[in-house]
Design a protein around this ligand. Structure first.
Ligand code: SF4
Ligand code: SF4
Length: 336
């Protein structure tokens, strides 16, 4: 089992670990099977978030009595001290645990976010206090903006950094990862499969493992996915040039501006399921499912054409995707 040291935390975590976001799409029973498979395979690092609706609750319900088998990370979008302190206590209660190994500041998206977190009475103070009280073990930071994360880790307050990194998004390789290594931070890779867009799962994960990162945390919502991802970990070999060419071809087809299915844009004012709508569109346009998809799309409670263009979703999307424009394209293709 390939394990790596999570920087200055000194935790030894499996290089492919578990991203808990998709648990919110699972029923309680499905979540139980997935989490059971994760621990059975020996994956020992689980990452979730306050923002992933009932993901913390499911982890607490099924794994609280197996606490010694894994390290747990969660995170909060709170920016001020009082809200962060409340969220830490809420996480502990929801997870039914008395200690969280790593608590992260979730999704630093703007300069205002970073300033607020670091300011007097900002969220960081609550994390430092929680650490002193042994409620949490270490403090980390997550985000999608490489420049802001570089600034954040230079403050010296964080032990880990979590960022998207995959064959399509390689920006962190230039400055963020070398700096994180120099500062002895653990590097946690979110969206290693480009939010589900990269279909060569095993190759994509092996490509990531060939870099000096600590752990990739693909989201998994089925036992099959756990098994697939685990295979990349046990059967790790560097990629051949032919395999790299396969990934390059796929990256070119996807392009840089794609929906990662993170769901941060939700809820939509008129209840359009934005990530699901984009998935259907992708399956229709890229994978040629010309008959099945319009039928499934027709069952969605709100359609792309119902968008009232309020724009709220676009202010939340960490990738600044032109959601309104794309929904128009979806409507043109799937509602004709
Ligand atoms: S712009 Fe459209 S899709 Fe976005 S929140 Fe408003 S109604 Fe929903
Ligand atoms: S549109 Fe943006 S925020 Fe919404 S799921 Fe896709 S990447 Fe995430």
């Amino acid at each position: 089992m390939l394990k790596r040291r999570l920087g200055r935390t000194d935790l030894s975590v499996t290089a492919i670990s578990f991203g808990g976001l998709p648990l919110q799409r699972c029923t309680m029973e499905e979540a139980s099977s997935v989490l059971d498979a994760v621990l059975q395979k020996g994956i020992n690092f689980i990452d979730t978030a306050r923002a992933y609706t009932d993901s913390e609750e499911k982890i607490g319900r099924y794994l609280a009595n197996r606490r010694s088998e894994f390290y747990l990370a969660t995170k909060s979008m709170a920016r001020d001290k009082v809200s962060m302190a409340k969220d830490i206590d809420l996480s502990l209660a929801t997870l039914k645990m008395d200690y969280i190994d790593l608590y992260q500041i979730h999704n630093i998206k703007t300069r205002e976010d970073l300033d607020a977190v670091l300011a007097p009475d900002g969220a960081l103070e609550a994390l430092i206090e929680a650490k002193a009280q042994h409620k949490i073990g270490h403090i980390g930071v997550t985000g999608h903006s490489v420049p802001l994360l570089i600034e954040a880790i230079q403050t010296g307050h964080f032990s880990t950094v979590q960022v998207p990194f995959n064959f399509i998004e390689q920006d962190p390789l230039k400055e963020l990862f070398p700096l994180a290594k120099k500062l002895d931070l653990g590097i946690i890779v979110m969206k290693p499969l480009g939010g589900g867009q990269i279909t060569h799962t095993d190759l994509a994960l092996k490509w990531i493992l060939s870099h000096d990162i600590t752990a990739a945390i693909p989201g998994m919502d089925s036992v099959e996915q756990v098994q697939e991802n685990f295979a990349a970990l046990t059967d790790y070999q560097p990629l051949t040039p032919v395999e790299v060419a396969l990934l390059s071809k796929e990256a070119k087809e996807i392009g840089p501006n794609f929906c990662r299915r993170c769901g941060y844009c939700m809820p939509c004012t008129v209840n359009i399921d934005i990530p699901q709508t984009f998935i259907f569109h992708l399956q229709y346009t890229r994978y040629g499912l010309k008959e099945a998809i319009p039928e499934r799309y027709a069952n969605l409670p709100a359609k792309a054409s119902e968008c009232i263009e309020c724009g709220i979703c676009e202010t939340r999307c960490p990738y600044d995707l032109p959601i309104r424009e794309r929904l128009k394209q979806v409507a043109a293709d799937l509602e004709k």
